[in-house]
Design a protein around this ligand. Structure first.
Ligand code: URA
Length: 433
């Protein structure tokens, strides 16, 4: 078999056989297929797409490309969650402690941020001492002890995705439905999930810009899950506005601390309650979503979720007191953007907010570039809220004077205030099972 022939086959819109897909993934991971051929193939997939059978085979080939986790020693039904990526999306940090407090164990591997979207592992790294890398044994022991651990993807779990995702990021091939579906589902399958809850985002801050594309992506992932014997539930959620008020790593952890103590912004809470409730349903812990939401709300009111979060930080070597005292590192280089007139705040463009946070220092421009965990954007006012002239709309946190000045230029075009309250679309569009 020759890679050149398989690129041409896909370029011409033909389907690839199971054997051919396995050949491509194996060859790429082993280094026999170079990046330039893989890039051409990914672009052919981007334009020509893949059938469900091809996408399921690609998922399996990727899941089998490295180690697989055995979570059977944890006991019970193991449920995992994944977001397709957004701006201000700190949902895992809230859902993890809430779901664990309701009795369903959360053993989660998460990613770092890339492009304008944030990553859970960067957010956790803003807690002093927090270890995002644990051995498999430490990871499982912690889940058995407190029901919750979140770590970076271990060394050899789905190496095919690690390589291919980095390549897609720099070759304009991220927003492809079969490539996203296989990337997400291969990681969940290799991580041992029996139940999978997906947050499939659409809108300006998401990889899928339209709800129609997000629906096809969600349906594809649910069908792959079904074909591979894993119960999969997809929640379609709107990412035209950033989730919550904080965008940037330390800032988001502080917002999570507020939310776990009952002071969370409505949009963030709504998405977390929906996703968390489906995790409880998939974990066979509650009979329906309504009962799941009740349990999650109680975990906040009783303080159980907050205590679980603190125990989780402590177990992974982090300084829980720094979170309680709100003394995480936040840059002193900060500035407000003030409203020029009184009125209703008009919708933000979530992608632009993500790019602004990145520019201020909170995101990576390339896979390996450093980030400043204490930077980002605080949306003091969100779309639809009333602001008085002279009040702050945004607060910018830049890693230095230059970054702050660059951010200032971008922020000026970002917000507008009008006389009419904008109509905001519903946050949860649909649940696909
Ligand atoms: N999230 C993933 O894990 N993979 C993608 O391809 C896109 C979002």
């Amino acid at each position: 078999m020759r890679m050149t022939d398989l690129i041409v086959k896909k370029r011409d819109g033909e389907s690839l056989s199971k054997k051919e897909i396995r050949f491509i993934i194996k060859g790429y991971v082993q280094g026999d297929i170079p990046d330039y051929q893989m890039s051409a193939w990914a672009m052919a997939v981007y334009f020509r797409g893949m059938s469900l059978e091809e996408t399921a085979e690609l998922t399996l080939a990727m899941a089998n490309s490295g180690d697989q986790l055995d979570l059977s020693t944890i006991g019970g039904r193991f449920v995992d969650k994944h977001s397709t990526g957004g701006v201000g999306d700190k949902a895992t940090l809230l859902i993890g402690p809430m779901v664990a407090a309701c009795g369903v164990p959360v053993a989660k591997m998460s990613g770092r941020g890339l492009g304008h979207t944030g990553g859970t592992i960067d957010k956790l790294s803003s807690i002093p001492g927090f270890r995002v890398e644990l051995t498999q044994e430490e990871f499982l022991t912690q889940v058995k002890k407190i029901g919750l651990s979140v770590i970076a993807q271990t060394g050899n779990l789905v190496p095919a995705d690690k390589k291919l995702y980095a390549l897609r990021d720099v070759t304009g091939t991220v927003s492809s439905i079969p490539l996203i579906a296989s990337s997400v589902m291969s990681k969940k399958i290799a991580a041992g999930a029996q139940g999978i809850v997906l947050d499939v985002k659409y809108g300006s801050g998401a990889f899928m810009k339209t709800v129609e594309d997000a629906r096809i992506l969600a349906r594809t992932m649910v069908d792959i899950g079904k074909a591979l014997g894993r119960q999969t539930i997809a929640v379609l959620s709107n990412m035209n506005q950033p989730l919550g008020r904080a965008v940037g790593n330390s800032l988001e952890v502080l917002e999570v601390a507020d939310a776990l103590q009952g002071k969370g912004p409505d949009d963030l809470m709504k998405v977390c309650l929906e996703l968390g409730a489906w995790m409880l349903v998939a974990g066979d812990s509650v009979p329906n979503v309504g009962a799941g939401k009740k349990c999650l709300l109680h975990s906040i009111e009783s303080g159980a979720a907050w205590n679980k979060f603190l125990a989780f930080i402590t177990e992974q070597g982090g300084d829980a007191q720094a979170v309680i005292d709100r003394s995480l590192k936040v840059t002193p280089w900060n500035l407000p953007i003030l409203a020029h007139q009184s009125g209703y705040v008009q919708p933000f463009d979530a992608q632009k907010v993500g790019i602004l946070a990145m520019t201020l220092g909170a995101g990576r421009t390339t896979k390996d570039s450093p980030i400043d965990l204490g930077t980002g954007v605080l949306l003091v006012k969100k779309a639809g809220e009333w602001v008085e002239a002279g009040e702050p709309l945004l607060q910018l946190y830049g890693s230095d004077k230059e970054k702050l000045a660059e951010g200032l230029l971008l922020a000026k075009d970002l917000v507008s205030v009008g006389n009419e309250a904008p109509e905001l679309p519903s946050l949860i569009e649909e649940v696909i099972q």
